[in-house]
Write a protein that binds this ligand. Structure first.
Ligand SMILES: [Mn+2]
Length: 341
C-alpha cells in the first residue's frame, strides 16, 4: 500500500485534469474530482483528440486557451514532448499504470515504473485509490473492468478486491462490466464533450444502477449496435481469392469491432477495412485474418510516418485521407505477395 494520502497540489488554482477517453480514464478523473473538488477553485477536464496518445496542434491551442496553472494527467502515457508542453504551464502531476519512462515532473506516480506487478495495479483508478489510501469502491473497480473486461477474472489478486466491492454493493460481475461498456460508448460514438462531462457526473455515483439507468448511454449503445450490424451485414468487395475489402464511412469508432466480426465469420480470408469518417482528414485502416507478414506491414507503415500497430493476426493504422487509396493498393500487394511464396 501507498503511504501517501493527499495530493501535494496547489489549492485555489486553475487546474487542467487531462484524462484518457476510456472508462478507466473517466473513472480516474472522477476519483480525482471527488478528492480535489473542494480544494481547487477551477478544474477543467480535458481529453486529447480520440485516438491520439499525445497532444496535437489543435489540442495545444485548446489548452493554451484554458491557460491552466497546474496540470493533472490520469491514465495516459504521454510522450516527452507533450509532457514538456504541459510543464510550461506549471506543476504537472501524473497518475498512471502504463509502462513508460519516468518524466521529470512535480509528481509522477506510477507503481508499474517502480516494478510493481500490473496484477496488483490493473487500472489507473486502482493506482489513485491506493495513493489516496481510500477504500476501494465502484469507481476503483470500474476502471479495471474497463481496461481488462472479462480477463479481469483471471487476476486473482484483483478479484479479491473486486468481489469484496461487488458484495458490498450487492451486485455482480456482469452488471459492472455492462457499466464499463456503457461508458466506453462515449469514445466509440466520438463525443468528446460528453467524455469530459462524464467525470463530473460520475464522481457522485456510488451504485451501478445509476450508470445502467442513464438513457444517453443506453441510446449510444443501441446506435453503435445498429451501426456495427449494418457494416457487418453489407457485402464485401473481393480483391482476390484470399482478400476481402470493406470501405466504411462511419462517424463512429467501430472499425476494430467491425473488422473482428467480419474476419471471424470468414476464417480463411484476409479482411481489410477502412473508415474515413471518424477522424477529420484521416483514414483508419484495419486488417485481420491469417496474416503471415503483419510485422512487415506495420514496419513499412511506420517507416512512412504513419501511426501503426498490431499483433500477428491484426494490424491497425491511421493515415492521412489523401494517402488512403495508395496505402490500400500497397497493403493488397503486400498481402498477396505472401500467398505466392
Ligand atoms: Mn487504464
Amino acid at each position: 500500500m501507498s503511504t501517501s494520502s493527499t495530493i501535494p497540489i496547489k489549492e485555489e488554482s486553475n487546474t487542467l485534469l487531462l484524462h484518457h477517453w476510456d472508462t478507466d480514464g473517466i473513472a480516474s478523473a472522477s476519483l480525482l474530482l471527488r478528492e480535489l473538488d473542494k480544494k481547487i477553485s477551477h478544474m477543467e477536464t480535458f481529453t486529447p483528440t480520440i485516438g491520439n496518445y499525445l497532444i496535437n496542434r489543435d489540442d495545444k491551442q485548446k489548452i493554451k486557451n484554458i491557460d491552466p496553472d497546474q496540470v493533472i494527467v490520469a491514465d495516459m502515457a504521454l510522450p516527452e514532448k507533450s509532457i514538456a508542453f504541459l510543464n510550461k504551464f506549471g506543476e504537472v502531476y501524473i497518475f498512471d499504470h502504463h509502462l513508460q519512462d519516468e518524466h521529470d515532473v512535480e509528481l509522477h506516480h506510477n507503481p508499474i515504473i517502480d516494478k510493481n506487478s500490473p496484477k496488483e495495479f490493473p487500472s489507473a483508478t486502482w493506482v489513485i485509490t491506493d495513493y489516496l489510501n481510500k477504500k476501494p469502491d465502484l469507481l476503483t473497480i470500474l476502471g479495471a473492468f474497463g481496461d481488462r473486461e472479462e480477463k479481469l477474472k483471471e487476476n486473482n489478486t484483483a478479484m479479491k478486491t473486486v468481489n469484496k466491492v461487488l458484495s458490498e454493493l450487492d451486485t455482480d460481475f456482469n452488471t459492472v462490466l455492462r457499466c464499463a461498456e456503457r461508458i466506453d460508448t462515449l469514445y466509440k460514438i466520438g463525443e468528446r464533450s460528453q467524455i469530459t462531462k462524464m467525470p463530473h457526473n460520475l464522481k457522485d455515483v456510488n451504485r451501478p444502477e445509476e450508470i445502467i439507468s442513464r438513457g444517453d448511454l443506453k441510446e449510444n449503445e443501441e446506435n453503435l449496435k445498429d451501426a456495427i450490424k449494418q457494416e457487418v451485414e453489407s457485402p464485401l468487395e473481393q480483391i482476390d481469392d484470399e482478400i476481402l475489402y470493406r470501405k466504411m464511412s462511419s462517424p463512429y469508432n467501430i472499425i476494430s469491432t467491425v473488422t473482428r466480426r467480419l474476419a471471424w465469420s470468414r476464417e480463411d480470408k484476409k479482411v481489410v477495412v477502412s473508415n474515413n469518417s471518424f477522424q477529420t482528414n484521416k483514414s483508419q485502416i484495419y486488417i485481420r485474418g491469417p496474416l503471415t507478414n503483419s510485422q512487415e506491414i506495420i514496419e513499412e507503415m511506420k517507416k512512412r510516418g504513419y501511426s501503426a500497430g498490431g499483433k500477428s493476426d491484426v494490424v491497425g493504422m491511421v493515415v492521412p485521407e489523401e494517402d488512403m487509396e495508395l496505402v490500400l493498393m500497397d497493403i493488397f500487394d503486400m498481402l498477396k505477395e505472401v500467398s505466392y511464396d
